[in-house]
Design a protein around this ligand. Structure first.
Ligand SMILES: Cc1ncc(COP(=O)(O)O)c(C=O)c1O
Length: 403
């Protein structure tokens, strides 16, 4: 095959021509995939070390998830929540039990789970805590990433995410991530919730110092404030446990879940909390046409069953240790720092060598797909089904581009 026969350039040009330029994708056009591997329109194979920002924790086309989706496609796909369907309770019960919470509220995208968490916390603040109407405050961290809606970007500190999208939603206070003293100072009688990522992914896979979340929990308990953990990217096995916050021995009042909950097949998100919190919502006060649809529930219930075995969490912990050991060995050889947990790593490349973007372009040319974040940091997050050989191969490619 000559370069003239390649389908990639035309496919890239067509995508560029017909879509808004709100992404800057790597120049790879994927056609099919299985497990941790994808194949492009020209038959080139790549190891997927982004895994849909953790939406593909179980790999591409996991057989059990695909079977659950196929079976459901043949029976019932959508009812709206105006009626109950026969997949709904199974999914909600399974997920509530996985989270150790009383109730679940299913939505679709991660941003919708975050919006739901914000609305529930505000209503809880007014109805349960007794905050004066319109005064509820939610504390968030600098460099957060919680999604793209107008309310969520109102409390982003990233100019790209925020600039020129105002006017902004009030009611949020931003404090430095990992700073307990700043949190203590920021809490007022009107604070209803603290919303945090257990590990800040977009910021570069930042893991706060040990004890931070125990301190957050204590401050929230003392001030009657809800602690909301955004586990949309960090949860569901990614870090070697079901939830990243478990590493800290802390239980939040609300889990926000998404991404992997849809098994890489459909968008499925959810809020999980106890009755005293989620119970504030009454009929007509919140909802979504597609939230908790039969296809989503069938796939989501299968995701919950996969996680209930503990097999994926164990695999992520075991292979994650191997990944972190081999990445740490590159420190001083073009790598400045490595952070993360389980099969999730933020790798700071020496900026004197290349930017993060250049690094992921060079990795792609060597058959490994990853994503840069700010500056010279790249993120590695393969599907949890990745093999040891695949891990070693990917790290070898990284070592090679740094030489
Ligand atoms: C921590 C976190 N929260 C929320 C979201 C938003 O999810 P979605 O893109 O499905 O709206 C993301 C997406 O990257 C995320 O990483």
């Amino acid at each position: 095959m000559t370069d003239l026969d390649l389908r990639t350039p035309a496919a890239l040009a067509a995508a560029e021509r017909w879509t808004a330029h709100n992404y800057h994708p790597l120049p790879v056009v994927i056609a099919d995939a299985e497990g941790a591997w994808v194949t492009d329109v020209d038959g080139r194979r790549y190891l997927d070390f982004l895994a849909g920002y953790s939406a593909l924790n179980f790999g591409h086309r996991h057989p059990g998830l695909i079977a659950a989706a196929h079976a459901q496609l043949d029976r019932l796909t959508l009812t709206s929540r105006a009626f109950v369907h026969d997949q709904f309770a199974d999914f909600c019960q399974g997920l509530a039990e996985l989270c150790g919470k009383d109730l679940v509220l299913p939505m679709n995208t991660g941003a919708e789970a975050v919006e739901t968490g914000i609305k529930v916390a505000r209503k809880w603040g007014y109805q349960v805590k007794g905050v004066p109407d319109g005064q509820a405050e939610i504390i968030v961290a600098a460099d957060n990433f919680h999604g793209r809606t107008t309310t969520i970007i109102s409390f982003s500190t990233d100019p790209d995410a925020r600039d020129d999208f105002g006017p902004y939603t009030p009611g949020f206070k931003i404090i430095p991530y990992g700073d307990l003293a700043a949190l203590a100072d920021a809490i007022t009688p009107n604070t209803v919730a603290v919303l945090l990522e257990p590990i800040q992914g977009e910021a570069g896979v930042l893991v706060p110092v040990e004890g931070y979340f125990a301190g957050v929990r204590e401050l929230c308990d003392d001030a009657n404030v809800l602690f909301i953990a955004d586990e949309i990217q960090s949860g569901l096995g990614r870090t070697g446990k079901t939830f990243a916050i478990e590493h800290e021995g802390v239980v939040p009042d609300m889990y926000l879940l998404g991404k992997a909950l849809g098994g890489g097949i459909v968008p499925v998100s959810a809020v999980a909390a106890n009755r005293d919190v989620l119970g504030v919502l009454k009929p007509g006060e919140h909802g979504s046409t597609f939230g908790g649809n039969p296809l989503a529930c069938a796939v989501g219930a299968e995701v919950v069953r996969l996680l209930a075995t503990g097999e994926f969490q164990e695999r992520s912990a075991r292979l994650g240790a191997r990944l972190h050991d081999s990445l740490t060995a590159l420190i001083g050889q073009g790598v400045l720092a490595v952070r993360g947990r389980g099969l999730w790593a933020g790798v700071d490349i020496d900026p004197a060598l290349m930017t993060g973007r250049e690094a992921v372009e060079r990795l792609a040319a060597r058959g490994v797909l990853a994503k840069d974040t700010h500056g010279s940091t790249i993120r590695l997050a393969p599907p949890l089904v990745v093999t040891e050989e695949d891990l070693d191969h990917a790290v070898a490619q990284l070592a090679a581009i740094l030489r």
